[in-house]
Design a protein around this ligand. Structure first.
Ligand SMILES: Nc1ncnc2c1ncn2[C@@H]1O[C@H](COP(=O)(O)OP(=O)(O)O)[C@@H](O)[C@H]1O
Ligand SMILES: [Mg+2]
Length: 255
């Protein structure tokens, strides 16, 4: 099983969008995918049409070991795509993770139980320097950093790179940054806007050698595809799907 997180320490950077389409694309190509919602906002859980019921285990119970990992995994309406869901209560797990003394390693350790069942684990991560974020990074062989193509995004990239360096120094993160994915890149017809281009150039300088992957273009079609539960190619926009195809390619060939 290969594991990959989307981490970017601000909201609205494209993390959930990236995990959703990458997971769907992999699942539709026949790979067995475990999507993990590690954000108390629970947008990924919502996108995958799941709602955590009061008596049902979610990522929280998986992390604090109230249940086995298998008991926290649910089918989705998509073949091959499974989910460990989250709800608002997930923030409470931070206390458990910090008191355990080895919080950064807990998700990694829990996922070991299902490593022979899934081809990929894709984790949508809370945008803050939290124990949840550390444990997600700790469980990840790869990290994707979605970054909005504007000033806020560039700041988020700086924060995220510094967080990952800190975690690496503590030996809590031993993975690799697969790449930075510029998000909501604005194009007019066939031309990238100057602002978009300049922001992506700024990202290049701040990415510490990590590749800048093809950007996710600003478009209403992403929401439409999510709402209808389809790939962008399936609703007639194969070009917009290109960044996720590149992520799949990088994940598949990465060692
Ligand atoms: N290509 C796009 N262009 C414009 N808006 C988008 C695009 N893709 C997603 N969105 C919207 O942008 C918002 C932020 O994206 P999201 O993936 O939820 O970010 P994050 O998970 O980092 O907070 C969401 O409301 C989403 O519907
Ligand atoms: Mg999100």
């Amino acid at each position: 099983m290969k594991s990959c997180s989307a981490i970017s320490l601000s909201g609205g950077q494209g993390k959930t969008t990236t995990i959703f389409f990458t997971a769907l694309l992999l699942a539709k190509s026949g790979k067995k995918v475990l999507a993990i919602d590690a954000d108390p906002q629970a947008n990924l859980t919502f996108y995958l049409d799941h709602e955590v019921q009061p008596n049902e285990p979610s990522l929280m119970e998986v992390l604090n070991k109230q249940v086995s990992v298998e008991d926290g995994i649910y089918e989705t309406k998509y073949p091959n795509l499974y989910l460990i869901p989250a709800d608002r209560g997930l923030f409470k797990v931070s206390e458990f993770l910090s008191s355990s003394g080895a919080g950064a390693f807990i998700l990694k350790q829990r996922l070991r139980q299902v490593k022979d069942i899934f081809d990929f684990a894709l984790i949508d991560v809370q945008p803050s320097r939290s124990q949840i974020c550390s444990t997600a990074a700790g469980a990840s062989q790869y990290v994707i950093i979605p970054t909005e193509a504007n000033v806020k995004g560039v700041n988020s990239l700086v924060e995220t790179m510094s967080f990952l360096s800190e975690q690496a120094e503590l030996e809590a993160f031993g993975g690799k940054v697969l790449g930075v994915v510029p998000f909501r890149d604005r194009w007019v017809g066939n031309n990238q806007t100057t602002e978009g281009r300049q922001n992506i150039e700024a990202m290049q300088e701040l990415a510490q050698g990590a590749p800048i992957l093809p950007s996710i273009r600003e478009s209403e079609q992403f929401k439409k595809a999510i709402r209808s539960g389809q790939l962008l190619s399936e609703i007639g926009y194969p070009d917009l799907q290109y960044p996720f195809e590149k992520i799949v390619e990088a994940l598949t060939h990465g060692r």
